[in-house]
Write a protein that binds this ligand. Structure first.
Ligand code: AMP
Ligand code: GLY
Length: 416
């Protein structure tokens, strides 16, 4: 039986461990560092996801056959490069390939060079020049910090004063590190997530999904890591999907090969269906979170076979996916995405429900909150309505004094 190491500790990694658990060839699974939900399916080892040296040592000690990387921080820390240098099999991108996510400017230059549809943009390092440029254009202004900023590097400024504050944060205070900002055209239309397994030029698409980035109902409130997701998007046609696959994801995989940094993991296209066609809002170099929690349960093929083929650069049969619909509601700590308390007890009134742990731990035998996003309740069925009913039924069975959730997940699919 194969031994697998999964790197990460969130809901995304819980979903990855979940599909590996179903593989007939997988025996032991280790997760570094994991969480309380993952612990029921894998052995959690307290190694930080960016501690590359300790991760290599762990993979050697446990003699794992394959490692699967969840978070971008681990990829940017060079975990894939280090494992490969040691001859260890790993699913995920090198630091060079991870630039498609870690540098907005790299991604924009790539899209321009290879004619991949996206918003027009200009890059600035000077606050004065950026402000003069923004002031002369219509609002809202889209300002993107060039670097990893854990989802906080994008500001949609509605007026000059908001733009001033954001540019000052990004270029003068250098809040996120060395300052560089991409200013791009504001686009509008429904957003959706298109993830593919990519192995050089070969891509294996996954079902489409949609995230809900804002904290509150009606897409109000601050941006978060994602408050819910679902599959089965009625507003994206087969033709839209074909276009996105051929003109965006395949072209990007080919472009990365031509640039000498082929993709060997997941390519995540954050796309928008604008009146001028489908365009790229962002790329990620890893599974999306919380989209992965609703997409991966639909996989009917052997997950180990896919991860191994992508890690080794070999071909695998086209993955099979269920045509069911899944929907997940995130339950987050009061105060998230700002400050929040941890260690609040959680009780689950139904052990059978499909529950993903995003930020939990166990203290003195009691399940407690341990993060901003804590749990995700998953529903599944033939329609969005059925999946949604099931997910919210599970939400009602989670008892905790300090969790909140959105009540309108999938509103774009259900609006009349
Ligand atoms: P990103 O981190 O690049 O995905 O941006 C976060 C969010 O900002 C996206 O999900 C969009 O809702 C919004 N956004 C980013 N770029 C644009 C754009 N060019 N036009 C309109 N909205 C955008
Ligand atoms: N759900 C968006 C992301 O993973 O970045």
């Amino acid at each position: 039986m194969k031994k697998v190491l999964v790197i990460g500790s969130g809901g995304r990694e819980h979903a990855i461990v979940g599909i590996l658990r179903r593989s007939p060839q997988v025996g032991e699974i280790y997760c570094a560092p994991g969480n309380a939900g993952i612990a029921s399916m894998a052995e959690c080892v307290p190694v930080k996801d960016t501690d590359v040296t300790a991760l290599v040592a762990l993979a050697r000690e446990k003699q794992v056959d394959l490692t699967v990387v969840g978070p971008e921080a681990a990829l940017s820390a060079g975990v894939v490069d280090a494992f490969r240098a040691e001859g260890l099999k790993i699913f995920g991108h090198t630091v060079a390939a991870t630039r498609i996510e870690s540098s907005k400017e790299f991604a924009k230059l790539l899209m321009t060079k290879y004619r991949i549809p996206t918003a027009a943009y200009t890059t600035f390092t000077s606050y004065d020049e950026a402000l003069t440029f923004v002031a002369a254009r219509p609002f809202p202004a889209v300002l993107k910090y060039d670097g990893l900023a854990a989802g906080k590097g994008v500001v949609i400024a509605e007026n000059l004063s908001e733009a001033q504050d954001a540019l000052s944060d990004m270029l003068i205070d250098a809040r996120f590190g060395e300052g560089k900002v991409v200013v791009e055209d504001f686009l509008s239309g429904p957003e959706f997530s298109f993830m593919c397994f990519v192995n050089g030029h070969k891509i294996y698409p996954m079902p489409l999904s949609q995230d809900h980035k804002r904290a509150l109902d009606g897409d109000k409130g601050p941006n978060t890591g994602g408050m819910g997701a679902y599959t089965g998007l009625p507003f994206i046609t087969d033709e839209d999907r074909r276009f996105a696959l051929k003109e965006i994801l395949q072209k990007t995989a080919d472009a990365m090969c031509a640039e000498g940094c082929p993709l060997t993991g997941v390519l995540y296209g954050g796309l928008m269906k604008t009146p001028d066609g489908i365009k790229v809002i962002e790329f990620n170099s890893r599974f999306g979170d919380p989209e992965t929690e609703v997409v991966l349960p639909l996989l009917e093929s052997d997950a180990y076979e896919i991860f191994e083929a992508v890690a080794c650069g070999t071909e695998c049969p086209e993955p099979k996916w269920s045509d069911d619909v899944t929907l997940g509601v995130v339950m987050a700590s009061e105060g998230y995405p700002g400050t929040y308390r941890k260690g609040i007890p959680i009780s689950l009134q139904d052990r059978q429900m499909q529950l993903i742990h995003m930020g939990t731990s166990v203290r003195d035998g009691q399940l407690v909150t341990a993060g901003g996003r804590v749990l995700m309740c998953i529903g599944r069925g033939k329609t969005v309505e059925i999946a949604r009913r099931m997910a919210y039924d599970s939400v009602s069975k989670v008892k905790c004094s300090s969790l909140y959730y959105r009540k309108d997940i999938a509103w774009q699919a259900l609006k009349k």
